[in-house]
Design a binder for this molecule. Structure first.
Ligand code: PRT
Ligand code: ZN
Length: 303
């Protein structure tokens, strides 16, 4: 059993113990300078260099750990979060949490899929079907919004084989690449919910020590996410080509211009590009007169 209440001076963050969000969650924390040494055999780990403890649990438990006040923070998919919140509202339980940050991993969608051979013209075609899912609340909400009466069959896993087993005519499951659906001769016909990982926090107020730690953590997450796409670009260019070259740099503010030794007509340009720099951009820069183009990754940013 997890400890009942987080300590006064350390944040407690629930993360998935193992699964699709586990590695990305720990990677994000590591890039925020939060390192936990011991492997995840332990339920609760203390970060040595930041006032935060990590609680390793199943992803399904994360929303309620935060909503019940056992953890201050949690990293979870919005699919699980919204399903839990709807269930708790149905059960009359509180569902207090706040979205702290949307994270750039765990992207997927909850979709209704039908056997490939089945025709589909719109939601009305789902009427009277049995739809197997691990997300009954989100599925029922979608059906209610579309005014469709269908039966929802709750399965905890392997939902994609339900039609073959004769348990249902349709499924409502998470889709990322679509290869699981394809392997089971199913095709997605409706998107019920778009999901990504998020950092959530308990709705209650934190004491000043924890509030300060959370503020630092959020700033670091912003720094990591800002830097994810950003690139540092360096190139040489004729002074006359600078207006065109500056227009080609994606999301760059004022670049730095430096003289080149022994060449009055050309300069070195350094700039931070906030957006991805593709090969096509580099080729356009080259055509505009740039040379010696270097694109470097940026690890962290603080604006
Ligand atoms: O043990 P625990 O309960 O913690 O883990 P779990 O098995 O319930 O969840 P896990 O690790 O599979 O997923 C955790 C979270 O990752 C989900 O709640 C989503 O927020 C997110 N996520 C992102 C996904 C996917 N992509 C995904 N593709 N979760 C599951 N899938 C499954 C999907 O259910 C289907 O079986 O992958 C299959 C489809 O993938 P494609 O690529 O073939 O379309
Ligand atoms: Zn789970």
């Amino acid at each position: 059993m997890p400890p009942s209440a987080p300590p006064k001076d350390r944040l407690r963050l629930a993360v998935q113990k193992s699964g699709r969000l586990a590695t990305d969650s720990l990677d994000l924390l590591a890039r925020c300078g939060i390192k936990v040494k011991t492997p995840k055999e332990k339920l609760l780990l203390h970060a040595g260099n930041f006032p935060i403890d990590l609680l390793f649990v199943r992803d399904d438990d994360i929303p309620q750990l935060v909503m019940d006040g056992v953890c201050d923070l949690g990293i979870v998919g919005t699919n699980v979060l919204e399903e839990t919140a709807l269930q708790r509202r149905t059960d009359g339980d509180g569902d207090g949490y706040e979205l702290a940050r949307t994270l750039e991993f765990g992207g997927c969608r909850l979709a209704i899929a039908l056997p490939e051979e089945r025709t589909y013209a719109g939601p009305a075609d789902l009427a009277g079907l049995r739809i197997a899912t691990s997300y009954p609340q989100l599925t029922k909400r979608f059906l209610a919004e579309k005014g469709v009466a269908a039966e929802v069959v709750v399965l905890s896993g392997s939902v994609e084989i339900a039609p073959r087993l004769g348990l249902a005519e349709a499924i409502c499951d998470l889709v990322a690449t679509g290869s699981t659906l394809e392997a089971n001769q199913l095709r997605a016909v409706e998107t019920v919910f778009r999901s990504s990982a998020v950092l959530i926090r308990a709705a209650r107020e934190l004491n000043p020590v924890k509030a300060h730690a959370l503020e630092l953590l959020l700033r670091r997450i912003d720094g990591v996410q800002l830097a994810a796409e950003a690139k540092y670009i360096m190139l040489h260019a004729p002074k006359s080509a600078l207006p065109e070259i500056r227009k080609l740099l994606p999301g760059a503010e004022n670049p730095t211009l430096l003289p080149l030794a022994g060449d009055e007509s050309r300069v070195a340009l350094h700039a931070v590009c906030q957006e991805a720099v593709f090969w096509e951009t580099m080729e356009s820069l080259k055509r505009a007169g740039a040379s010696s183009i270097l694109v470097l990754p940026i690890e962290k940013m603080m604006l």
